[in-house]
Write a protein that binds this ligand. Sequence first.
Ligand code: HEC
Length: 157
Amino acid sequence: MLTRKHLLAGAAGVLLLAAPVATIADGNDKERSPQGQYRHNLMEVVKYSFLNVMLNLRGEVSAPADQIAGHAEALATAASMAAGAFEKDTRGEDGATDARDAVWENWSDFSARLATFEADTAALAEAAQSGDRAAIAAAFKKVGGSCKSCHDEYRKD
Ligand code: HEC
């Protein structure tokens, strides 16, 4: 049976498909190719999940105790999709990107870093499940280090 929910979902799908990428961009005024936007969005998911783990860890927010594990899980899921989003070589494509050409020039190094990132975020998610704050903090620090070292090499500033 076609319910109202289905109809709404269908309408939203059509609208989203019709919208040019720029209109669903994140307000930073950059026009990206669909692939570039996809990568960018994925990294924004990484950022927001990472920041919410941090706020929970610091005890700066009021949220149920299990939410730190939820954000760490979201981070690990996003990290596990990063290689798939970066795999397509978009050098020479129109549209803004913060990725340096070095991503694809040194794909074996870049993808190895992503594999480490995936493993480190999975370890963080596991630590977050345990609720052991010292273990979470140590795993969080390790993940944070890989953001910066990769950006230094592979992201435009
Ligand atoms: C293996 C390399 C690598 C790791 C690890 C990594 N990033 Fe990135 N990140 C990139 C690259 C390359 C881009 C540019 C992507 C693009 O524009 O297509 C990027 C883009 C971003 C963006 C989008 C904003 C922008 O300037 O384009 C954010 C936010 C971000 N990363 C946050 C993080 C955070 C937070 C972490 C760690 C929790 C992290 N990244 C880990 C390589 C990495």
